[in-house]
Design a protein around this ligand. Sequence first.
Ligand SMILES: NC(=O)c1ccc[n+]([C@@H]2O[C@H](COP(=O)([O-])OP(=O)(O)OC[C@H]3O[C@@H](n4cnc5c(N)ncnc54)[C@H](OP(=O)(O)O)[C@@H]3O)[C@@H](O)[C@H]2O)c1
Length: 510
Amino acid sequence: MDVAAPGLAAARLPRQADPCAFVIFGAAGDLTKRLLLPALYNLATQRLLPEEFALFGVARADWSEDEFRGHLKTALDEFATDSIVPHLRDQLIGRCRYVRGDLSDIATYQRLKSALGDHARAHNTRDNCLFYVATPPDLFSVVARLLGETGLAKEAEGCWRRLIVEKPFGFDLQSACELNKQLLSVFAESQIYRIDHYLGKETVQNIMVLRFANGMFEPIWNRDHVEHVQITVAETVSVENRGKLYDHTGALRDMVPNHLFQLLALTAMEPPSCFDAPAVRTEKLKAIDAIRPLTPEKVLADVVRGQYRAGRVAGKAVGDYRAAAGIAPQSGTETYVAMRLGIDNWRWAGVPFYLRTGKALAARKTEIAIRFRSAPLSLFRDMPVESLAQNLLVLRIQPNEGAALHFNVKIPGPEIRIENVRMNFKYEDYFDASPSTGYETLIYDCMIGDPMLFQRAIDIEAGWRVVDPILRAWRESDGGDLSAYQAGSDGPAAAVRLLSRDGLQWRAIA
Ligand SMILES: NC(=O)c1ccc[n+]([C@@H]2O[C@H](COP(=O)([O-])OP(=O)(O)OC[C@H]3O[C@@H](n4cnc5c(N)ncnc54)[C@H](OP(=O)(O)O)[C@@H]3O)[C@@H](O)[C@H]2O)c1
């Protein structure tokens, strides 16, 4: 692997990670080939991987080491986010090792331990290991337990051992607490990195910079000036081949306690006292904890569930959700959820936060829209002013990452006529960001031991604590009302009513 040359250039580069072995459990799977490997390759090209780096894949496929490397090479050629530099690719692939075995069998971990030990001695990785659990969720605690039983979780003096766990972190509050308990019986909280890949996105991280590096926003970022907030995570993809798994999960569990609540927390949090992991995570947690608990009546009134029916998304026919492979014919699983939440603190009392997410919608779009209150005095009421739109700040997470501010201006001419215009900032106009998978920052942070973008056990449990009453109320009311919506639309009519009740409208998705 290339290392930064020492001297001035190196001084300007971010910190290079410690020597380490990166172990992927479930290395034959989709996540490894589509995201982890391309992310590692991008880190290598940015000279952010340590020189003494090795990737150990653990899987049960009957591969030799060469076959594993061949699989990774093909995957990288297919999924790299930028054109491949062959010698860098070959350097990375040359550092990959394969350990075959079943992940519920302790012998697999014993073989891994011996391979890691040999490698550490030969290549001086100082015994630092990062264990990435890229397996189905039922194996998360099994892997952690067997790492513990074989002594692989133990940090001897001068070396670190870290565990990265993918979502889903549990299925509800109880299972999330149970999973945390199992992980924490083997690893210390400081060793566990629970990944929410949304937090690796540049624009998500930029919400904090926008809020806290600009003096002009903070004074108006509160109930005195903000009328309401809309957070949208809209997908065009349907359930595709994830049917069986998705039908047991649904949009609420899949998206809300993790991605949507992270966006909410970044929007609603108080300014941390400094920009470090404990301060930032504490303020985000306080924001989630301040979400007003939903009573069963409030769930039925303020949370909308929908399921898509056949339609067209971006010109392509999409079949009915219930007709997709792996879905029960009478499935009551929601593919769309929208909700109205209140945040009980001095900053946000009385300001509704509307959240929505769904599959097979009109467009792929993730954004946070903050609408400000009207000007206190309508000076222009006696003039031919059709509509005086309220100010709006839209933070676009994807696509077209950027931010837009909508405000009113006078249309040129002798009359006072007013139009709402948009000042639009696009990242691509200013910065030459290289394409990324979104995992680079997270993997790098884990290698340098910066947990700011990862969630602690208490953060995960706080999210589920809000969602659990919704799951319970739906269960007890026989699934709640499930509204159908056409694939390719903006979602069910019930979601439109959720806002029109408050005299508001959702922003158009497309
Ligand atoms: N794929 C994504 O884009 C993505 C994105 C975000 C989060 N995630 C999360 O990442 C995790 C992995 O996802 P994935 O899409 O990579 O899943 P996947 O394609 O099903 O891969 C899982 C891997 O685990 C292996 N495995 C399962 N049971 C095993 C056992 N007993 N012993 C050894 N290996 C075993 C599988 O091996 P076999 O091939 O032999 O069955 C497979 O290689 C999941 O928790 C998922 O929710 C995935």
